[in-house]
Design a protein around this ligand. Structure first.
Ligand code: ADP
Ligand code: MG
Length: 731
């Protein structure tokens, strides 16, 4: 067989950018055209229905069947007019990604056999029972009582994909436990709303609601689809398990913010047009640091909607990549040795009165509020740093954290010099200073001076996993393929719990006779002292930091299965239950799913690695070795022995190296298979995952090392797997 790699390479160079059909209207005119948003609702719902519906969404009132029927009727009409023939409850199972099962709108108008009509009732809109027995539930729902149901989330608008009306829903078991990400996310948003609103009342009694905001930055790789198809590891695991580093990769840093390659530019354009139709406010696009790595980011929005939009755009990204002859890689570390992909979660809180609670204010009052929230967030992250790490940790993200510009696997907070200085000042101020409270006094504490300096607080400390960036925190440890909800559930929950505690402590001081402002100051001062260990502005990569972090009591665990334990510590269970986000049973069940997923991912990778080594690498290396032996043989035929020894020295050296490496590789693969067999016999998911982590994973690098060395010596013409230089530089 001629080498598929070269055939593909020949084709790749002929590829041109795909022409993109540019919408005739300007963006604002077609923006959101596939979304049943308020504007569309106004056209398809009666004024009364719309008003009641908005009340339900904005004030969290319960939704009655009558209203659901009215909304369903309008939604159906809107969807059918836009070519939809089917509808689906769109939900977010714990497997990651989204799930949907399509049903047609048709129903018999009378007895079976009569003609059909399009039907969609409030009942169908509000609740469904998908046959969801094969979604992971961590044992909450056995396959024989497969009664999970999906329920409409009216706070995220329905949308149309191709011919299907998609209705965002939560997914819960028959007994009420969350089987998805959306359910606990909504609960955490509720909790943080409640807690933050109460705290806001110390400063402004007119605040009625606090929103959590999210702006994600989605990083991704594009690989030519021909090259992709010839790499079984990319196809089956989303990352390369083998491959020697390219001589040139990102050393010159010439890709970041460079001019966008034409095929990719066409892809991005297409993607944006599509995103706009779904009302996703895509704002930024650029090359990322690694070759063939790119990023897109929208304008931030309310967290629940923003999470849904990220999930939707990830699936649109995949589809559109195909149209442009690319494959999209969302894996956190598709290529060793160069940057992996993250998804920075820019997060903030803001009031219904339009005040950003993480934005330094103009008045002393607003600045005390700002500092109150920042300090409480510090406390929340300090107390729950292990849990926050667990929220973003997966088999894939483990490869990224701590390597090539990604933050390390230790959670710390970067505040920047200005905010740090304000906190220092507050901490050391004598209580006398702090208690003589009027606006002017507070100004003397420096708190009112924050805004000017903060404006140009540009933090480029990329190694910080959780950084303050002027008006928000950036949770940078999140992985590119993740559902943002996972991190957002934890972050909003821990902040909610912290704010409730703060309120309780301050109120107690007030009840004991302290003035409100003194009480707030006193508690903040305590918190600043206590949460110090979480603040770190230095280089997160250094060995010193690892040692220092351990001393400070930060969680430094690197084993994914053990990191996940943070969800079920007594402290975490109490926290999640106290804010009403997840029950103990749910937490345990969800961890089972996490361990199982971890094991399966490693299992698949181990199998693929074994196949590649036995079916590709060893046969190719042997073939080359045989050609060399042939050559040596011929040399001996032509020359006398003394000369032949000399002339064949190079070949015999390589022949021996190949033999040596092959035998090491073979024995390591056998040992890996053995380790898997032993691990597979373990019943408990947690222990099985630990066994995979401790006894299977170490072989990956050991095997790869020798394979990559073979890649360097074997004739390029024989090598069938596209090399790194081809995968990351051709587009
Ligand atoms: P950078 O690469 O400098 O971090 P980007 O512009 O790529 O910044 O992305 C920043 C993201 O943060 C965007 O999605 C932006 O809308 C979002 N963002 C800005 N302000 C806030 C805020 N107050 N709360 C949440 N997200 C925010
Ligand atoms: Mg950013």
């Amino acid at each position: 067989m001629s080498n598929l790699r070269f055939k593909v390479l020949e084709e790749v160079f002929k590829k041109k950018a795909v022409a993109v059909s540019v919408p005739e209207q300007i963006t604002s005119e077609y923006y959101g055209k596939y979304v049943f948003n308020k504007e569309q609702m106004a056209k398809y719902l009666s004024k009364e229905t719309l008003e009641t519906f908005i009340e339900v969404v904005d004030k969290g009132k319960t939704l009655d069947r009558g209203l659901a029927n009215h909304v369903a009727a309008g939604m159906k009409m809107w969807a059918i007019e836009r070519g939809a023939t089917h509808y689906t409850h769109w939900f977010q199972p714990l497997t990651g990604g989204t799930a949907e099962k399509h049903d047609s709108f048709i129903e018999y108008s009378g007895a079976p056999g009569s003609s059909v009509i399009e039907e969609f009732s409030g009942k169908l809109l509000a609740q469904q029972e998908p046959d969801a027995s094969s979604f992971p539930s961590g044992g909450i729902r056995n396959t024989f009582e497969a009664r999970g149901y999906t329920a409409w989330d009216p706070s995220s608008p329905a949308f149309i994909v191709d011919d299907t009306l998609c209705i965002p829903t939560v997914f819960i078991s028959y007994t009420g436990e969350a089987l998805d990400y959306k359910t606990p996310l909504l609960k955490s948003l509720n909790a943080v709303d409640k807690a933050a609103t109460e705290v806001c009342h110390y400063f402004d009694s007119s605040v009625k609601r606090v929103f959590s905001y999210l702006g994600w930055e989605q990083e991704y790789f594009l690989v030519d689809d021909g090259l992709y198809a010839t790499r079984p590891d990319l196809v089956l695991t989303g990352r390369t398990l083998l491959g020697h580093e390219s001589a040139k990769n990102q050393q010159l840093e010439d890709h970041y913010f460079g001019s966008i390659p034409t095929r990719v530019q066409a892809y991005m354009k297409d993607l944006e047009f599509e995103g706009y139709k779904y009302g996703i406010p895509l704002k930024t696009r650029h090359n990322e640091v690694a070759p063939n790595q790119f990023e897109l980011a929208p304008i931030f929005g309310e967290t629940n909607l923003s999470v849904d939009q990220n999930l939707l755009i990830m699936s649109i990204m995949k589809k559109i990549a195909r149209r442009h002859g690319f494959r999209l890689l969302l894996h956190e570390k598709p290529f060793a040795g160069i940057n992996g992909s993250g998804k920075h979660n820019n997060w903030s809180l803001g009031t219904d009165t339009g005040v950003g609670l993480l934005t330094p204010g103009k008045t002393p009052e607003e600045n005390l509020q700002f500092i109150t929230f920042v300090v409480n967030i510090l406390m929340a992250v300090w107390k729950n740093n292990a849990l926050l790490k667990a929220s973003i940790m997966t088999a894939q993200n483990a490869h990224r954290l701590g390597a090539n510009e990604a933050p390390p696997a230790i959670i710390s907070v970067f505040l920047g010099s200005q905010v740090s200085a304000v906190l220092d000042k507050l901490e050391t101020s004598t209580s006398k200073e702090a208690i003589t409270i009027d606006s002017k006094q507070r100004m003397q504490l420096g708190i009112a001076k924050i805004p000017e300096v903060l404006l140009d607080n540009t933090d480029r400390n990329r190694t910080s996993p959780f950084a303050f960036t002027g008006n928000r925190f950036e949770f940078r440890a999140v992985g590119s393929s993740a559902n943002c909800a996972s991190g957002m559930i934890v972050l909003n929950s821990v902040v909610a719990a912290q704010l409730f505690e703060f309120k309780k402590t301050v109120d107690a001081k007030i009840a004991a006779g302290s003035s409100k402002d003194k009480a707030i100051f006193d508690v903040l001062k305590e918190y600043i002292k206590e949460s110090k260990p979480i603040c770190f502005d230095g280089n997160g990569y250094s060995e010193e930091w690892k040692n220092e972090a351990k001393k400070r009591g930060l969680d430094c665990e690197t084993s994914v299965p053990l990191i996940i334990d943070a969800y079920t510590t007594t402290q975490s269970i109490r926290l999640f239950e106290s804010v009403g986000v997840l029950s103990e049973r749910e937490l345990h069940a969800r961890n089972e799913v996490k361990w199982e997923t971890y094991t399966k991912k490693i299992q698949i990778e181990a199998r693929v690695l074994g196949d590649l080594v036995m079916n590709h690498i060893i046969p190719i290396a042997t073939k080359y070795q045989s050609a060399l032996l042939d050559n040596v043989y011929k040399i001996y035929q032509v020359y006398d022995k003394e000369k032949a020894v000399k002339l064949s020295a190079h070949d015999t050296g390589i022949i021996e190296e190949i033999s040596d490496r092959i035998s090491i590789i073979k024995s390591k693969v056998e040992a890996l298979v053995e380790a898997r067999k032993v691990a597979n016999k373990i019943e408990k998911e947690r222990e099985k995952a630990i066994a995979y982590h401790d006894t299977v994973v170490p072989y990956f690098d050991e095997i790869r090392y020798h394979v990559d060395k073979l890649e360097l010596i074997v004739d390029d013409e024989l090598w069938t797997l596209p090399k790194y230089r081809e995968l990351i530089f051709i587009r």
